[in-house]
Structures are given as structure tokens and as C-alpha cells.
Design a protein around this ligand. Structure first.
Ligand SMILES: [Ca+2]
Length: 342
């Protein structure tokens, strides 16, 4: 599976990248970098540090947008540490970014592999949005988009209804969700259940590889943040779930294809992924859809009803439930058994 990742690395991004590179199903053609967890330059260097450690310096890492399309930059040092890797000050990578902009990398790889590329953005969606604006044919060139972001029914993590990747550049998210390509939304509904637990760290300690030692050190700060929030020792592996879904390695137990719109309005709904769940409720929408509903109405009422209900089921597949424990065991094992080629 040809993947192009877009990461704001980031602790759980690092786990996601390690998992992708440890998975034989994945052919990672490149990694774009985004601001979010950290500033974009730091996200790129953190990505390069991991690639150097894993002996995968051949994968191009491209620097992306420096700030949101219309809003000020806000990063998340309180979750990820000031360096994005839990304040560990890991050794410099000694590697450089490719020199190509992440937006151009998306367009180049999509053109080079028409219909084959899966985009997996696990940070703000700025690079994808800018790529869509620069190359309007992008949706026809890409196989699908599997993104970590948003929430359907769970509360948000940076607002009542907002998840950080969407909220951090809602205008960009709006562009990405409005584009005509198949999106799978891997949101907080499922990622907050993908919990890394002490027993998983014990498995990594048993494996005792350079990668597991590096991740264990980096994860300590992130564990601290989540443990304070959850009341028990665990942390959410948000981004790795998107990788697993892109590779068909996650047991999806409930998912629905629905219309999703992004709120770009300031105030409590900013960054909300408004998932229109009415098509799931037959008493509201009718199992036959809007046409059957409208057919029973007087002619002059039909335009109003059509305007109030979505004309189609949408094109965003929203994950609602996954086999999270099984996925976490699989993820942990993949990383435990990875052996660097250097
Ligand atoms: Ca991320």
C-alpha cells in the first residue's frame, strides 16, 4: 500500500511512523510535516531523528506550511513537551529535509502514482488544503484520504466539540472535507480507546531494541499528561489508528458514510466536525432517502424539504467503533519486533 504521511511529530506521531515503517504492508513514499504539536521545523527534525534511528533515512521528509491558513499558530507543548518529544532532547538526526515543500510532494507523488496513493494526514490539514488549491485535480489522482481528526459523538479535546487537528486549522479542514475524494475520518470516537498501557511498555522492555528504548523514553511525558487526565496510567495512540486503518489492519466494528461539514465559526463550535447522523435514523430521514420522503409531499413543499436534508449519504466514512485492544496488541508487537537495517 503506497502511503504518504503528513505528521506534526509529536509523540503519538512518532509511534505512528514507527508502526508504519515496521509494517510490511506499507510502502511509505514520503513524509510531509505540519505544525501542530510543535512548530513545523521541529516536527521535521523529530521525524528525521526517528528515521535515523530506524535506519530509514532514504524516506524523503518535506517541510510543510508554517502556520494555519487564516489563524495564528498555536502549538501543544503541554501535551508533547517543548521539543515535541517529551523534553527528551534526543540526539540530532544529522539528516536534512528533502528541499521540496510538503504541498509539492503531495502533488508530485499523486501524479506519479495515479489512483494508488493513500494520504494519511495525522496533524493539521493545512498541507492537504494547500495542495488541493494548487492542484484541483488532486482528488482524481489519489486513492483515498485516511485522516486522524475530528469527533462524531465523543466530546472534543480542545473544545466542546472540537478535536485538535481540525480546530488547529479549521479553514484547511473545511477545504479538505469539501473536496470530492473518499475520506475516512479516524476521530476521537475510536482513537481515545486505542490506549497504550503499562503491559505494552513491559513487552517493549522485553524486546529491548533501540526503537523500543527510544519510544519508551519519549512516551514518558505523554503518559504523564494522559495519566493526570484519565486517572490511570495510559495514553492514546491517536495517529497510529489512522495508519492501521489505511493498511486495513484495524478491525472496524462500526462505520458510517455520512455528510461531514467543518465549523469555521469563532466560538464554542469552532473546529467542530459536524457529522450529519440523520441518515442513520430512519424516522427522520426515511430508509428510502430524501426522494421517497419528498414524493409524499405537496409539490410546493418539496424544495424546502430537499434543502433541509442532505441529498446523498455523503462521502466521509466516519469510524465509530474498532477492536481497539486487539489493534493495540498488534501495534505493540509490530514495533517490538522491528529490526533496523543499520
Ligand atoms: Ca499528530
Amino acid at each position: 500500500m503506497k502511503l504518504l504521511l503528513d505528521c506534526d511529530t509529536g509523540i503519538d506521531d512518532a509511534v505512528a511512523i514507527a508502526y508504519a515503517l515496521a509494517s510490511p504492508e506499507a510502502e511509505v513514499l514520503g513524509i510531509g510535516t505540519a505544525f501542530g504539536n510543535t512548530e513545523v521545523e521541529l516536527a521535521a527534525e523529530n521525524t528525521l531523528k526517528l528515521l535515523a534511528l530506524m535506519g530509514r533515512a532514504n524516506i524523503p521528509v518535506a517541510l510543510g506550511a508554517h502556520k494555519p491558513m487564516q489563524r495564528p499558530l498555536i502549538t501543544a507543548g503541554w501535551v508533547q513537551g517543548e521539543d515535541g518529544l517529551g523534553n527528551t532532547n534526543m540526539p540530532a538526526s544529522g539528516l536534512s529535509v528533502s528541499g521540496e515543500h510538503a504541498v509539492d510532494q503531495i502533488i508530485r507523488l499523486a501524479r506519479a502514482h495515479p489512483g494508488e496513493l493513500t494520504l494519511v494526514p495525522v496533524g493539521r490539514l493545512t498541507n492537504l488544503a494547500l495542495a488541493l488549491l494548487k492542484e484541483p485535480a488532486l482528488p482524481s489522482l489519489v486513492r483515498r484520504v485516511v485522516l486522524m481528526g475530528g469527533t462524531a459523538v465523543e466530546p472534543g479535546n480542545v473544545g466542546p466539540l472540537a478535536e485538535a487537528n481540525i480546530w488547529g486549522d479549521p479553514e484547511a479542514a473545511s477545504v479538505v472535507f469539501a473536496a470530492n475524494w473518499p475520506i475516512t475520518m479516524v476521530g476521537l470516537d475510536v482513537t481515545m480507546r486505542a490506549l497504550l498501557l503499562p503491559e505494552h511498555i513491559e513487552r517493549w522492555q522485553q524486546a529491548d531494541t533501540p526503537l523500543t528504548r527510544w519510544l519508551e523514553r519519549v512516551l514518558e511525558f505523554y503518559f504523564g499528561y494522559y495519566t493526570a487526565m484519565l486517572g490511570y496510567r495510559a495514553c492514546a495512540m491517536h495517529d497510529a489508528v489512522a495508519i492501521g486503518v489505511a493498511l486495513d489492519l484495524v478491525g472496524v466494528r462500526e462505520a458510517h458514510t455520512l455528510p461531514v461539514t467543518i465549523s469555521t465559526h469563532d466560538g464554542p463550535t469552532l473546529g467542530m466536525t459536524l457529522v450529519d447522523r440523520r441518515p442513520l435514523v430512519s424516522s427522520l430521514y426515511g430508509e428510502q432517502g430524501i426522494d421517497a420522503l419528498a414524493a409524499n409531499l405537496a409539490e410546493h413543499h418539496r424544495p424546502h424539504v430537499r434543502a433541509l436534508f442532505p441529498a446523498e449519504m455523503g462521502k466521509t466514512t466516519v469510524l465509530m467503533e474498532i477492536g481497539a485492544q486487539e489493534f493495540m496488541a498488534h501495534l505493540v508487537e509490530r514495533i517490538a519486533t522491528y529490526r533496523s537495517s543499520v
